[in-house]
Each structure stands twice: as structure tokens, then as C-alpha cells.
Design a protein around this ligand. Sequence first.
Ligand code: HEM
Length: 500
Amino acid sequence: MLQLTDLQFSSHAQVFVAATCLGVTALIYRAYLASTESNLSCPPSPLTWRLRGHLIPPRNGFMTVESWIEEYGPLITLREGIEKHVVIGRYKAAVEIMEKHGASLVDRPRFIAAGELLCGGMLIPFIRAGERAIHTHLQPKVAEAYQPLQISYAKNTVISILNDPHNFQDHARTYAAATSMKVAYGKTTPTSATDPEVKRVAKFADKFRTVLHPGAYLVDSIPWLKYLPWYARDLRDGCRDSQELFIELFDRLKQEIGGDEAGPSLGRYLWEKRSSNEMPELEMACLAGTVFAAGYDTTTLAICTILMAAACFPEEQRKVHEELDAVIGINRVPAFTDKKSLPRLRAFVSEALRWRPLIPMGLPHRTTQVVAFENYRIPAGTTVSGNHWAISRDPDVFPDPNAFKPDRWLDAEGRMRDDLKFFGFGFGRRVCPGQHLGVHKRGSRPLGLPAHVENRTKPLDDMAFMHGNFANEQPCTIDFQTRIPEAELRRMMERDVEDI
Ligand code: HEM
């Protein structure tokens, strides 16, 4: 029999359902009104009826975006819940908007999932003093101080590849971990990819990549979700684990500074400037930790991608070897000072990172004022990102874009072209602060590797490194062949840095 309480419940339920329906209708109305308005002024928007906005698949989603760019033009507006996100997919638009209007795009969006839940509000762009410190500390002159260690780490990598060629991904991780540890904490004792702290930072970096994917977490469209204590437990746990790690590493650094054992590093710089930059200790620890994570993740992927490209395109690899043989011969490894004399090696690297960009969707910026481009207008407060995959497939700038052609980076005299911008490090005033340490700008390190080692085996999946998270994958086994007798190569790699 129907009870009074059932009736009361049912009327509450009805009110709840009605309120929910009204809320949803209002949301849809606002979202679609916004998208209709956006058609008047904002770049065009591919049609979607999804309440959550455009669906970008987690795997190869950058290709979906590229197909929209091909259909709708150089700029498109995507919807994430009720937020607009303008995506730039062509080179000229990237130069005009991200570079020339760089000052209007220096901000980052709020990043609720990545910045607030996973990083506990300690993401670099939101720590202004820290951001300045990073850019100062990693500028080209300071980056030079890390060169000798980069050389010795690169030589160790060659020896590791000789000892155990099938695990080259682990050796790339070890190189990346050692250099990032040095930059963030000045660590000089040996570092390995299998160290517990490196594994923990790799876990954090993997999570960070996943969270940044548009639409990965509903909270970026519905901010109040973050107040539900049971929502996104994985992000809160990740935040706790990473902060614990970053504090441990920073405490160790402080002890080393106290004992006068610490080399120069970003962490040390932050600690020594603590009275002038007025940063709380947790912020300093998180900044150093985030730089460690960012450098580790990208450097690993860059090395793996370049070695894979060498294995995939033996003819282009051969041309690099010819240049290396002509410029440095076979009795020494390339030095940083050789960079200018090795344009073909640099072109190869630029092409590898264009062919398989490490951050294919780019990192979002946010407009602080209206930005105009051709017939389009991007309102202030809009999230804007340059889609590296689509930009590097712009057929007007990179004809036959899917082909691997290092020559496109060279002029008629065989020098690196200065009229073609490499966008792999991002854009404008938010460009990667680690670029002067990275394998691209540094040119020859650790790419001295191909000087004496040849990669022969084609990978099973040449898109595998695009997904960043390859902890358990072996997408690529490369058959490394030495180009000089192995004993001689080992001797050369074991020689002291000063001998080079
Ligand atoms: C080949 C290697 C690398 C590539 C391709 C790369 C690429 C990028 C890209 C595309 C961005 C976003 C720029 C934008 O928003 O427009 C970025 C940001 C960043 N990178 Fe790198 N990166 C590399 C190496 C490094 C290294 C070695 C470090 C540190 C040691 C580093 C630290 C950072 C940091 C801290 C940011 C955030 C900057 C900010 O928000 O102001 N990166 N990187």
C-alpha cells in the first residue's frame, strides 16, 4: 500500500528531477547560445550535440583535431562543457597569434584537474616568483654550466646501449633522469631510471599528461565537483604522493647545501634567494619537483623519438653520419661547440620532433585581452592552444607533411633556415624554459650517439612515443651496430670529459 512518506519522497524526487532538468536545460542553452554567438565572432566550431562538448579521443585525439582544422580552417573553437577553447592548427596563425600577440597569451587557464587537484595549486604558472626564477635559472648562459655533465651522461648512455641494446628506452630514461636531477637538485651521484624516486616522478609525469587531455576530468567543465571529497580520488592521491616526494628531495638538497656538498641547481638557487623571492618552502619544493618531472618526461621521449626516427629512415641517418664523419671524424665524440658545423644533424632532430611532436596537443594558454586574427576575434579569457601536430602538418609550410624530410629545415647552402620556426618547444612568452638544455637546442647531445652507432631495425609502432606513457610498452627494439670497433668505441666513451 502506498504510504504518505512514499508520496512525500516522490514529490521531493519530482522537485529534484525538475530542478535537474531545468539546470541541464540552462546549461545546454548557455552552451549553445555561447556557441552560436561564437559563430559570429569566434573561429568556427565543428558541430557537436554532446553536453560535455567536443569529444577528443584519448588516443591520437590530435588527429581528430587535425581533421577539424582541415575541414574548418586554421582556427577552430571547441567546447569543453560551457567553456570555449580556441585551437590553432596552422603555422601562420600560430606565428601571428602566439608570437606577435604573445603578451596577451602569457596566462594559463585554471587547470582545475591538473593544477588544483593533482598539483595542489603549485603549478608553475601560478607561482609567479617561481616562474621568473625558472626562466632566469635555465637561460642559455646558465644552461652551459650543465654541459660537462650532459656529456658524461651521454657517454654513459652509449656504454649502456652497448651493454644492453634492447633496453634503450631505459637508458634514455636514465640519461633524462640524471640531467633533470642535476638541473633541479644538483645531484651528482649516479642516477638510474630504476631508482625509486625516478619511478615515482615518472608516475606523476604520466598522470599529468593524462589529466591535461581536454575533457579527461569533468571538473574542468564543472568546477564545483572539486569540493566533493570523493571526487577524483586518484588526483588527490597523486598530489599527496608527488608532494611527499618533492619535499623529500628538497629536504635532502637542503642538507647537502648545509654540508656544502650541493652543486649549482634550480633548487639551490630558490633556497638561496628565499628571503628575496618570499616563496613558502612547499612552493620551492614543488617548483623544483615539477621541473625535474617536466625535464625527465620530455627528454626521455625526445631521445626515444630521435633514435626511432634514425631507425625508420636509414637514408637520412646515413647523411647525418656523412656530415659527422666529415666534421668530427671517427676519433672523438661531438662537442657542444660543434653544433653550428652540424646543420644536417640539427635538421634531422628538428624533423624528428616535427614528425612526431612530443606534446602534440600543445599546452593551453589563456587570453588576457581580445586577440584578432584575419576575420576572427578571440575574446579575453579564452583558452587558446597551438596544436603542434596540426601546425607541423601545415601543407603550405611543410609540403608532403607526413614524409620525413630533414632537408626542409636547410637552405640552398645547406645551413639551418632562419625563416622557419620550430614550435616543438611551444610559443611566445610561455615557451619551454628547458629548451636550452634540451636535445634540440643543444644539437649534438646526446645525439653524438648516432656518430658511432647505427640504428637498423624498424620499430613496430612509430606512433608509440606520441602517447608519452610507455612504461610497459616496448614499441621499438633497435638493432644498434657500432661503426668503429666496439673496444675502441668503449675506450672513447670512457675517456674523461676533459679529454674531448
Ligand atoms: C626536447 C625536450 C623538450 C620539449 C620538446 C619541451 C616542450 C615544451 C612545451 C611544448 C612546453 C609548453 C610551452 C607552451 O605553453 O607554449 C613546455 C613547457 C615547459 N617545459 Fe619543456 N620541453 C622539453 C624539455 C624540457 C626540460 C629539459 C625542462 C626542464 C629541465 C622543461 C621544463 C618545462 C617547464 C617548467 C615548462 C612550463 C613552463 C611554463 O608554464 O611557464 N622542458 N615544454
